[in-house]
Design a protein around this ligand. Structure first.
Ligand SMILES: [Zn+2]
Ligand SMILES: [Zn+2]
Length: 184
């Protein structure tokens, strides 16, 4: 199993991931352009595999799909670190540029390419999706799970409306992203 470390620009928020990465894609949705002035490069990990030191701020926004997307960023330096969606409970998007070694994860596709700016340089060697990435072929009994896992970018147009993991952070403390809502 692989492990990764990363953090924000000022170092107030650090994280460590112990998991193999899920899908990694470049997202060109308009929301990503607002937060990065470009496409965002993202990788999906199980939320429970991410340990966070420090307390990111969060901003909730309803996506076109109706899902609530929570973007987490450092309140001091503004670095965007994570994104959660009610459409993919238990999974967290990590901004690849915040890894200590961003080369460790290579994106395989551009998604929401239709809303990329005219000057954007999209690698023709990667898969291209004009909007949300196509879900993998459904397997019997696991259709919803496959659909959730297929969603990488913030703009992913998932139809599943679940309950996002409730994340808790303790200032300066070592905290993971496990769903603790059962204890509250
Ligand atoms: Zn910071
Ligand atoms: Zn996006």
């Amino acid at each position: 199993m692989k492990s990764y470390s990363g953090g924000c620009l000022c170092g107030a928020v650090r994280y460590r991931i112990t998991s193999d990465p899920g899908p990694s894609r470049v997202c060109w949705c308009k929301d990503c352009q607002h937060i990065s002035s470009n496409g965002t490069v993202n990788a999906v990990f199980p939320s429970a595999s991410i340990e966070v030191t420090g307390t990111p701020a969060g901003y909730d926004k309803t996506a076109d799909s109706g899902n609530t997307v929570t973007r987490r960023f450092c309140a001091t330096c503004g670095s965007q670190l994570f994104s959660d969606s009610t459409g993919r409970p238990g999974l967290t998007v990590v901004r690849v540029g915040t890894l200590d070694d961003p080369s460790a994860i290579r994106p395989t596709a551009n998604i929401w390419a239709a809303s990329a700016p005219g000057w954007a340089c999209l690698d023709a060697g990667l898969d291209r999706f004009e909007g949300a990435p196509a879900p993998p072929a459904p397997r019997r009994g696991s259709r919803d799970e496959d659909r959730r896992r297929a969603q990488c970018g913030d703009g992913a147009a998932g139809h599943h409306r679940g309950t996002a993991p409730r994340l808790r952070f303790v200032p300066g403390g070592r905290q993971d992203l496990r769903d603790r809502s059962a204890r509250q």
